[in-house]
Design a protein around this ligand. Sequence first.
Ligand SMILES: Cc1cc2nc3c(=O)[nH]c(=O)nc-3n(C[C@H](O)[C@H](O)[C@H](O)COP(=O)(O)OP(=O)(O)OC[C@H]3O[C@@H](n4cnc5c(N)ncnc54)[C@H](O)[C@@H]3O)c2cc1C
Length: 382
Amino acid sequence: MNLELSEEQAAVKTLARDFADREIAPNAVAWDRAESVDRAIVKKLGAVGFLGLTIDERYGGSGGDHLAYCLVTEELGRGDSSVRGIVSVSLGLVAKSIAHWGSEDQKRAWLPRLTSGEAVGCFGLTEPGTGSDAANLTTRAVKDGDAFVISGSKMFITNGTWADVVLLFARTGGPGHKGVSAFLVPTDTPGLTRREIHGKLGLRGQATAELVLDAVRVPATALLAPEGKGFSVAMSALAKGRMSVAAGCVGIAQACLEAAVAYAGQREQFGTPIAGRQLVQELLADIAVDVDAARLLTWRVADHIDRGLPFATESSTAKLYASEAAVRCANNALQVFGGYGYIDEYPAGKLLRDARVMTLYEGTSQIHKLLIGRALTGVSAF
Ligand SMILES: Cc1cc2nc3c(=O)[nH]c(=O)nc-3n(C[C@H](O)[C@H](O)[C@H](O)COP(=O)(O)OP(=O)(O)OC[C@H]3O[C@@H](n4cnc5c(N)ncnc54)[C@H](O)[C@@H]3O)c2cc1C
């Protein structure tokens, strides 16, 4: 793996850091308190090309490789995880799935809108009764002539109330993953209602929603990939999606490092800066090691994808490590800040709240241990 960034990758990283410092970081605390990111950020993300990374320019994409995508998601995560999540879902899970699995008509209908930020996408897999066990989802799509009629509900859907299109997973066949199909459902289709979920521990600026589908009728052309291939669509999206969650976690950890080092250098106790205390340096060193390890594991996934190598287990490894590391880093940073870490005028508390969900979504830490264990032994312990 080459650890040197190309000129193009370095330029994208600088662009993303400047964008995050200018458009995101100054607003992050206010958006967190208001429980709503300013929606104008989506068009800005589109204009700068961050919603089109890795997508073909013919469909409005901005090209770039997966390392460039990681660099951008890291910088966005360093600024505000709620904004990073908008990109990881609308581009990473939805637009990339359409680019990979979609028909020419579907690509033309959705990709230019998603990459420009004119439209937002959401990913509807989780249900109230099925989270980790997604293959047992119960939302049902029944064929009716040239259409499907879909009923059921989806839980914890990122971008849910903002989205113009849901990449929705529903059962068209028998039990288990072979009975699942994927659909592109416009959110203004009659019978689809959305309710925003408030009171989240972190990612408060993000629109997380419950979706209810009551006899939602879509044409058969709404199927993404052949009938019965929905679970493959979901798993291929998540294998790459986990890399962008990991990159977002590196951003959180990097923000923790920068904030904690700066604070330790200026906060004086016992007559000198606390940065000179060995136990404070231990906290800082632990954060620094986690940042490096998480970043390298994440870049390895991008390197494998860009070189056409298998990457699913590497992606689980990076997501597991980086998400747990982000929580540790934020906790250590909060310790460096002392009591000031506990109030939201200082960054550590929000970083910890935002980090906490990373070990839960796109596969919990336990699920990733089972995936890695299965790859090592050939035996499923699910
Ligand atoms: C803020 C937020 C945003 C989200 N965004 C989306 C989204 O955009 N789209 C979407 O589809 N979903 C989304 N999710 C859902 C998320 O992916 C699920 O919450 C996650 O998959 C876990 O499912 P669950 O919450 O039902 O927990 P459960 O599956 O009920 O798990 C509960 C606990 O049991 C453990 N567990 C479960 N099965 C096993 C097992 N076999 N062995 C060992 N331990 C096990 C889990 O690790 C966990 O600790 C989001 C969730 C949150 C909180």
